[in-house]
Design a protein around this ligand. Structure first.
Ligand code: M6R
Length: 611
């Protein structure tokens, strides 16, 4: 969370930083700010979105060839002008931006208060900056050395970038736990939390690792560790196009990303699922096939929507591979004392690859000898680098805070993995294997069919947009889809929603049902179809308003439900890839109808890099 951008070179820094902040706004939008250094060091910051900062700076002289910028997701201190970054050091010589949390900031703050320092914000960032400033002022050392000394005492996660009035050509950055990419141009460098602010200018980038410090000048990038040893930067080429991070004519990124799904799922399957050969190629799986085959247990760790993908995968792996699967919230797993055996396989699922809880959870499991397999979207992300093996989802950049195309791509990857493993283990026969491969390869076209007629979903959304609560129910493979539908609605429309296994409803949630409550059933044709119809009857008997996602041609539910949304028929193992699409659209259209900012819902951020 929090987005950082910085520039040093020969161009005007402000427009580059401003555009970069707009691209990174998905990471947090409580406040934003910039610091620019020309003849003097100027800091401008503002509560609210980047557009508000931009407006407040109209008419100001913002000329500078070096600068830093920040868009904040508040952790320490409410969203306000004074808590916005960049922060200025007590000497007035340094400006700093920070993404992460300094856990021992309280201790550092009381030491500094005893020395007579005073603070102008409630942030941990200002404390760290004052600490660095204090070391530099009193130890007669360089800024670089002061940062190194300070960071050795810091507990927590950070990316920091510091602008120094006395070194108008130099930025110093350091990282532990939060992401930082440096773009290498001709006589210029770009720094950012991800590659989206950089891609327009250069495709050559260096990903900074934990405990590394970068000294960046227009013509020079020096990388060191905290022991002051020089490290050779590993330059990578970005495999991303500018169009992928722009709205391309859609009103919102979320809508664009929903509509991209036929392509993203296709891209995910392409080159892997070879129907004619009857084979699935996945290098990460092949290289660790023996360990996967021998696994006594698979533990899936993830958060949010990725956790829901993990729940679907639990059903699929257990059914096809006959391996017990546990699905864990990464945030709980990391603080428990989980029993992990050396032969266990951990699958970490994450769109961003930066989720702090998931990252720490896999590091913990790795220490105990488990194989870590990442199912990730962002190439080169922290979780990708911490994993032993993995498979990318190839969904392309996901900018809308509500995850959509990443979820379906995760399901596609996990299903291919399970199928491949099941075939190797001999837990499914060739006929079923071939059938499921065909079912999977048909998904992009079926998603396209759903997206061709969204008017009905929009009308349903408008009809129920004023409801105070929603209940989502599903069984089997569609139970996680109910959870995902409820999460999407909460995030985007701020309507309270709960997802439940349909049969579990009788054990409590049914008390909520009255003639005002919309109950969304994910009721495509599968082994539980008759059972879910009974659950629907139970809701109808209590006058609940039933909205159902059904398989095309299902006249029984059409006659029973108040409203239906149809999806093409599919094997139940791949059905969630279809049934989730109306759920995404329902949430989207309700959010839009209520006039909400669906791409940047309140209080949220795209990458949750703090715990
Ligand atoms: O990047 P990750 O997949 O690790 O993110 C996990 C969750 O933070 C994420 O899925 C979140 O729940 C989304 N806002 C859901 O739409």
């Amino acid at each position: 969370m929090c987005g950082i951008v910085a520039y040093v070179g020969t161009r005007e820094a402000y427009p580059i930083i401003l555009k970069g902040l707009k691209r990174l706004e998905y990471r947090g939008y409580d406040s934003s700010g910039v610091a620019l250094l020309s003849n003097e060091l100027s800091v401008y910051k503002k509560k609210g979105k980047v557009a508000e900062l931009e407006e407040s700076l109209v008419g100001k002289d913002l000329h500078a060839n070096i600068g830093i910028g920040h868009t904040r997701w508040a952790t320490h201190g409410e969203p306000s002008d004074r808590n916005a970054h960049p922060h200025l050091s007590p000497s007035g010589k340094l400006a700093m931006i920070h993404n992460g949390i300094i856990e021992n900031y309280g201790q550092l703050k009381s030491e500094l208060l005893k020395k007579g320092y005073r603070f102008h914000s409630d942030t941990d960032t200002e404390v760290l900056l004052s600490f660095i400033d204090d070391i530099r002022e009193h130890n007669d050392c360089s800024l670089e050395e002061a940062i190194r000394i300070a960071l050795k005492r810091v507990v927590g996660a950070y990316v920091i970038v510091i602008l120094d009035r006395d070194n108008p050509n130099t930025l110093i950055a350091a990282r532990k736990g939060s992401p930082l990419v440096i773009g290498i141009g001709k006589g210029e460098h770009f720094l950012a939390s991800d590659a989206s602010p950089i891609i327009e200018y250069t495709k050559e980038v260096v990903y900074i690792n934990d405990y590394e410090l970068a000294i960046i000048r227009p013509d020079e990038l020096i990388l060191k560790n905290l022991g002051n040893e020089t490290i050779t930067p590993y330059i990578q080429k970005l495999d991303m196009e500018l169009a992928a991070i722009e709205k391309g004519g859609y009103d919102h990124f979320m809508l664009k990303e929903i509509f991209e799904q036929p392509h993203t799922i296709f891209d995910c399957l392409r080159g892997r699922l070879e129907l004619s050969e009857g084979k699935i190629h996945m290098r990460g799986v092949e290289e660790h096939m023996e360990q996967l085959k021998q696994a006594k247990r698979i533990i899936i760790v993830a958060c949010g929507t990725s956790w829901h993908a993990g729940l679907v995968a639990e059903y699929v792996f257990e059914e096809l591979c006959r391996i017990p699967v546990e699905v864990e919230y990464a945030s709980e797993f990391r603080y428990r004392n989980p029993v992990i055996h050396p032969g266990d396989v951990i699958i970490a699922i994450s769109q961003s690859g930066e989720t702090a809880d998931t990252l720490v959870a896999i590091e913990k499991a790795k220490e105990q000898g488990a194989l870590i397999f990442g199912v990730l979207n962002v190439v080169g992300s922290s979780i990708a680098r911490a994993s032993h093996a993995g498979a990318y989802t190839h969904a392309g950049p996901e900018i809308g805070v509500a995850s959509t195309k990443a979820f379906t791509a995760q399901l596609a990857v996990l299903t291919m993995m399970a199928l491949k493993l099941a075939m190797e283990k001999g837990t499914i026969d060739a006929k079923r294997y071939q059938h499921l491969m065909t079912e999977l390869s048909d998904i992009p076209e079926k998603v396209q069919t759903i997206l061709q007629n969204t008017d009905n979903i929009r009308m349903i959304a408008e009809k129920y947009a004023d409801a105070r609560d929603f209940l989502y129910l599903g069984r089997g493979y569609n139970f996680p889809v109910a959870l995902e539908g409820a999460l999407k609605l909460k995030e985007i429309s701020y309507i309270h929603a709960e997802g439940y296994p349909a049969a579990e409803m009788k054990h409590g949630p049914i008390a909520l049902v009255d003639d005002q409550l919309p109950v969304v059933f994910i009721a495509t044709k599968d082994a539980y179809h008759d059972k879910i119809i009974s659950n629907m009857q139970e809701i109808k008997a209590r006058k609940g308003r039933v909205i159902a996602v059904i398989t095309e041609g299902d006249t029984v539910i059409t006659d029973m439900a108040d409203d239906v949304m149809t999806v093409p028929a599919a094997d139940e193992i791949v059905a969630p890839l279809l049934s989730v699409i109306p759920m995404q659209l329902l949430a989207y259209y309700i959010g839009v109808h209520k006039g909400l900012d669906v791409d940047k819902p309140r209080n949220l951020a795209k990458s949750v890099t703090v715990e």
